[in-house]
Design a protein around this ligand. Structure first.
Ligand code: HEC
Ligand code: HEC
Ligand code: HEC
Ligand code: HEC
Ligand code: HEC
Ligand code: HEC
Length: 372
């Protein structure tokens, strides 16, 4: 009996729990206030907006590309790109895209070896496809150029630097891109010093390559890299012209000639089909201003001076008809004279790049030879 009573009590408790949870809820309360709206996300930029600041149908790219393809940068670049993997990497900075990029990144004048290399292209000078905006026409290199010539064992050249930045024509230092490659590179490790007595022995094998390598324009432009006088003969002349490399080679004369010849623009060519420099676009400033600069006259006068120096060197004889050094035992002063000769000859501008320095170099050379 007692047991039944317990079971009934248990059942009552169970029902009580069940009924309690079956109690009816009251009516629903009013809805709460709406939450604040979220902030709109910014619209994504059109995937091609940057691209079309350059890749338009206005022919800009096509025109620049056509000009570039008529430059020695393009034709010679393709022919000489093998130098990227030649002479222990010492040619690649100037003769390949890969070497230039490495030298710029490392802050040196050494491009290193690149078994697989590309020739110079738009990407070598410009930062194409970096930010994918028009800003990518910015150049990779605009700093002052610490000259290759400083790397000589006997320290005759030291701390030479050329900065093409000019407040008139080139506030951003664009010329420094050109000067980085268009600077002389010496063959042979020691330099003559015209303030010293004594001689240099140069073998017939080494002589043909001795002297400043081709692109001497940046040094002449900046007034460094040659010998003047006998006290401090390598001190910079400090003269720097009004113009930038671009202002003569790229801007004024952008002409498309017959038979696909180009002057100016990205051909960077100064001469027309007759091989003579085209100065017509210079006249707007140079003949219409009071002081006319006789551009062809400057070139002709310096050519005469340089021919006289060449005749002096041939008479020794110290050079061959092509102007290459002959093997032999030469005094410091003779070698310095030859160096100046090669520097001016390889510049090819006959004083247009820096008239004062060009003349000083030729006169100094003739003084060293005693022929002035
Ligand atoms: C600063 C101007 C500039 C901008 C911005 C730009 N490009 Fe180019 N692009 C160039 C130049 C210059 C070349 C090389 C043309 C030549 O070699 O003649 C080139 C070449 C190319 C080529 C050919 C292949 C190659 O790499 O040489 C393609 C494809 C291309 N661009 C796509 C794009 C796309 C996609 C964008 C945007 C995401 C873009 N470009 C943005 C200037 C630009
Ligand atoms: C990456 C190195 C490099 C840069 C940068 C460079 N050049 Fe050159 N340039 C060369 C080389 C190398 C040659 C000769 C090409 C060859 O024959 O293989 C040359 C050839 C030339 C020529 C033709 C020379 C001739 O004998 O007809 C002109 C003019 C010239 N460069 C001007 C410029 C100007 C102006 C700039 C700057 C806007 C510039 N270069 C930037 C390496 C360079
Ligand atoms: C500091 C830059 C620089 C270095 C390094 C350099 N070159 Fe050059 N080289 C030039 C420039 C610039 C020119 C074109 C000069 C001109 O036309 O006035 C040139 C022209 C030449 C030419 C003449 C091309 C022609 O069309 O007649 C040859 C050949 C040459 N270089 C070979 C070499 C070799 C080989 C090396 C390495 C041992 C070398 N260069 C290292 C800048 C350089
Ligand atoms: C040897 C170096 C060099 C090479 C190679 C070169 N450029 Fe240039 N480019 C320049 C210089 C220097 C300027 C002048 C820049 C300035 O005035 O700010 C320039 C300007 C330009 C401009 C005008 C940029 C602007 O700010 O409006 C365009 C477009 C251009 N280059 C396209 C090209 C294309 C395309 C190629 C390849 C086919 C190329 N460049 C190759 C040196 C170079
Ligand atoms: C926008 C005007 C202008 C144009 C165009 C111009 N020049 Fe000049 N040039 C000057 C000024 C200004 C000077 C410095 C004035 C002076 O010393 O009499 C100068 C000076 C020179 C000098 C003396 C050395 C130097 O650099 O200061 C030479 C050489 C020269 N220009 C050559 C040229 C050549 C070559 C061209 C054509 C490719 C040219 N100029 C186009 C304005 C111009
Ligand atoms: C005042 C105008 C002017 C300036 C500035 C100038 N050049 Fe020249 N450059 C010339 C003239 C003119 C020639 C001779 C062209 C000819 O006879 O074919 C020349 C010749 C050259 C040559 C040899 C071309 C050849 O056909 O043999 C190269 C390379 C060169 N300059 C590069 C440069 C570089 C790099 C700079 C800047 C450091 C520069 N130039 C600045 C006017 C100028």
């Amino acid at each position: 009996m007692k047991r039944n009573k317990q079971i009934i009590q248990l059942l009552v408790m169970v029902f009580a729990v069940i009924f309690a949870s079956c109690t009816k809820e009251g009516p629903q309360g009013p809805p709460g206030a709406d939450g604040t709206n979220g902030i709109d996300g910014t619209n994504g930029i059109d995937g091609t907006a940057g691209c079309i600041s350059c890749h338009t149908n206005d022919n800009e790219l096509a025109i620049k590309t056509a000009q570039f393809e008529h430059s020695l940068h393009f034709t010679g670049g393709a022919e000489h790109v093998g130098y990227a993997n030649y002479a222990g990497g010492s040619c690649s900075m100037c003769h390949s895209h890969n070497g230039f990029m490495k030298a710029v990144e490392d802050g040196t004048n050494f491009g290193g070896s690149h078994p697989e290399a590309a020739a110079m292209s738009c990407y070598t000078c410009h930062q194409i496809h970096t930010s994918y905006t028009r800003e990518d026409y910015t150049l990779h290199y605009t700093d002052a150029v610490n000259m290759f010539l400083n790397e000589n064992e006997n320290n005759v050249f030291a701390n030479l630097e050329v900065d093409g930045t000019s407040q008139y024509a080139d506030p951003d230092g664009l010329s420094n891109t050109c000067i980085k490659c268009h600077q002389p590179r010496h063959r042979g490790t020691s330099q003559p010093d015209p303030s010293l007595d004594g001689t240099f022995e140069i073998s017939a094998g080494a002589a043909g390559h001795w002297g400043p390598h081709y692109g001497t324009q940046g040094a002449i432009f900046g007034g460094v890299g040659g010998y003047i006088g006998t006290t401090d003969p390598t001190v910079p002349s400090g003269t720097k012209g009004h113009h930038s490399c671009k202002s003569c080679h790229m801007s004024f004369n952008a002409l498309t000639g017959n038979y696909g010849s180009y002057v100016g623009g990205h051909s960077m060519n100064m001469a027309g089909t007759d091989g003579e420099p085209v100065f017509t676009a210079c006249d707007e400033c140079h003949t219409e201003r009071g002081a006319t600069i006789d551009l062809p006259g400057i070139m002709a006068a310096n050519e005469v001076l340089l021919d006289a120096l060449k005749a002096d060197l041939l008479a020794i004889p110290m050079i061959d008809e092509d102007g290459h050094l002959l093997g032999g035992t030469w005094t410091h002063q003779q070698l310095a004279a030859y160096w100046n000769f090669a520097l001016v000859k390889n510049d090819h501008s006959y004083g247009i790049h820096n008239n004062e320095y060009t003349q000083s170099l030729i006169i100094a050379a003739r003084t060293y030879l005693g022929t002035n």
